[in-house]
Write a protein that binds this ligand. Structure first.
Ligand SMILES: [Fe+2]
Length: 135
């Protein structure tokens, strides 16, 4: 069983979004598995880098769609994205300085944040996107 199991409830039926979310789930699983099998810090850092990069691109894509449909909660939604990126940046700094070590807690934080964000914040825009025929 994977660490972060993709659930049907995460899928919105909007391909552009679902694909990105699936990819983020995959990278978080990859990080967890790399940690569990005791991979080097370099490998773990690379995965965190890829995750941050992909998350940034995904948020940008999502925000572009939300802006184009004049989503009423655009600002607060974008603020959540920014907050996540900031938290990951702090994580990375702490990992680099040795203040914290890679642990299940790190992977768990990423999983819980994404799960919560998809099921509460993202889910709210689904009817709006569908109204505008976003696929
Ligand atoms: Fe989002």
């Amino acid at each position: 069983m994977s660490f972060f199991k993709w659930e049907k409830t995460y899928a919105f039926g909007i391909e552009a979004i679902d694909k990105d979310h699936q990819m983020l789930v995959m990278i978080i699983n990859e990080l967890y598995e790399a940690m569990e099998s005791g991979n080097s810090k370099k490998i773990l850092n690379d995965i965190v880098y890829r995750l941050t990069d992909y998350a940034k691109n995904h948020f940008r894509r999502e925000e572009m769609i939300l802006k184009s449909i004049a989503y009423h909660e655009y600002d607060s939604h974008k603020a959540e994205h920014n907050d996540f990126i900031n938290q990951v940046v702090v994580f990375k700094q702490k990992l680099d300085s040795g203040e914290i070590a890679f642990s299940v807690e790190v992977a768990r934080f990423l999983r819980e944040w994404l799960k919560e964000h998809i099921l509460s914040s993202d889910k709210k825009y689904v009817p709006e996107m569908k109204k505008f025929n976003v696929k």
